[in-house]
Design a protein around this ligand. Structure first.
Ligand code: GLC
Length: 425
């Protein structure tokens, strides 16, 4: 299925890891898997999860101010605690925590009211489900042997219980069916796929089930061969993945709320991640970790607002654009208007004398600083036969520089025509 255009045009999404792990502020699910926190203590967080100030409308307003067009909420992480009132056997917030209500419904309604697309995260794995640790991975791969020894993942004695595994898949499919049927998400963001093979997961059947209920649902690559787009994590790739993709990135070093993690990326760093990503045709899915009461920490909200302010000043270089110049033409990210006639050059550092662009065959009509409209002088120097010269653009005056990253809009005389040779005619 071709990618839904809303996804490619969205550029920014917000990833929300919200769950009982915010009560003590410990790593989501992983803290009991690794033994960092005893399982019993981890589960006691169920009693402290209140969602007492949960206001998804305020989340949605913040995400809109951040410039995001969609969000993804952890409907159920690897710990198996569903945020909605599932009719299946598993743990869930309405029945097992003082919060006592469905948190997914309010979130989906609030996002839609604010014109945002709705994403739901769902982990294939459930480390708390009694039927989950019933089979082993047939070929976990080097360094991944632990998968078949961890007691939350595989049978301790190695003896498989295929009936239990079949029950688990019925449970997972029923939960996914609930999510699709009740909330009609635009995007399902799966995770945890590495613990079983594609055939153990019955991915084909699961994908068939989702698409038969809602054919336009976008699926991430953690549906293995049945995903629509790649999900690099925590760093911008050097070369863009094939096809549509999305970088997921924490705003500090953690997905969920962790009291002592103050290592937040600066707004300038976020602008860099964001422009590098969209300049290679990807989306950025930026993570926040609400406290157990549902509020997003101020230092995270400020980062979102700062990124949103930069996007607001440069929206023409963001929405409705496609990947810009490949590496080597301009020292920084760039995007290209959908009609391919305007190049947006991002200058992450302050240009000194000039900005030089190589390998553009088109004549240039006009260059302006996108943020202020100031026009910049430019000329082409050198070039021979069909090898284009260098486009020199005068550096903007200090008053026209953006605090985070200045964008130059280069209007071409036609669709971008690039030279990529070795310089000999
Ligand atoms: C990893 C982790 C998980 C996190 C996810 C986000 O797969 O297992 O904790 O939710 O990354 O991409």
């Amino acid at each position: 299925m071709p990618m839904q255009p809303w996804f490619s045009d969205a550029k920014l999404g917000i990833f929300i890891h919200y769950g009982i792990y915010a009560v003590d502020g410990v790593p989501e699910s992983w803290s009991f898997y690794t033994g960092q926190v005893p399982h019993e203590r981890y589960m006691r967080q169920l009693d402290g999860f209140t969602a007492s100030r949960y206001d998804p409308g305020a989340w949605a307003e913040l995400f809109v101010r951040a410039g995001a067009r969609y969000a993804v909420l952890t409907a159920r992480h690897h710990d198996g605690v569903a945020l909605w009132g599932t009719a299946q056997s598993g743990l869930n917030v309405p029945a097992h925590t003082p919060a006592g209500r469905d948190l997914v419904a309010g979130y989906t309604d609030a996002l839609r009211e604010h014109g945002l697309r709705v994403g739901l995260y769902y982990s294939h794995s459930d480390w708390n489900h009694p039927d989950y640790a019933s089979v082993s991975h047939p070929d976990p791969g080097r360094g991944m042997e632990e998968l078949n020894t961890n007691r939350f993942v595989a049978p301790a004695d190695g003896v498989e219980d295929l009936a239990a595994w079949a029950r688990y898949l019925v449970y997972r499919d029923a939960q996914v069916g609930e999510l699709v049927g009740r909330y009609r998400p635009d995007l399902l963001w799966f995770d945890g796929e590495w613990e079983r093979s594609e055939s153990q997961w019955r991915m084909r059947e699961l994908s068939g089930l989702i698409l038969s209920l809602a054919p336009e649902t976008v699926l991430n690559a953690r549906m293995l061969s049945y995903g629509d787009y790649a999900t690099p994590e925590q760093g911008v790739p050097i070369v863009p993945p094939d096809g549509p993709w999305e970088l997921c990135l924490t705003v500090n070093d953690s997905w969920g709320f962790q009291r002592d993690d103050h290592r937040h990326k600066s707004v300038g760093q976020l602008v860099r991640y964001f422009t590098e990503t969209i300049g290679m045709g990807g989306n950025l899915l930026l993570g926040v970790g609400p406290r157990e009461d549902g509020t997003i920490p101020a230092e995270q909200a400020e980062r979102l607002e700062g990124l949103g302010a930069w996007i607001g000043r440069h929206s023409r270089a963001v929405y409705g654009t496609v990947a810009g110049l490949p590496a080597g033409h301009h020292y920084g990210p760039s995007t290209l208007s959908a009609d391919r006639r305007t190049l947006y050059l991002v200058c992450l550092d302050i240009p000194r004398e000039s900005v030089a662009v190589r390998g553009v065959r088109n004549a240039v009509r006009r260059v302006r600083v996108l943020g202020t409209g100031a026009e910049l002088d430019h000329r082409v120097v050198g070039g021979l036969h069909d090898v284009p010269g260098v486009l020199w653009i005068d550096a903007p005056r200090a008053a026209d520089l953006d605090e985070q990253a200045t964008v130059l809009a280069v209007e071409l005389d036609g669709e971008l025509d690039l030279y990529q040779g070795a310089g000999r005619t």
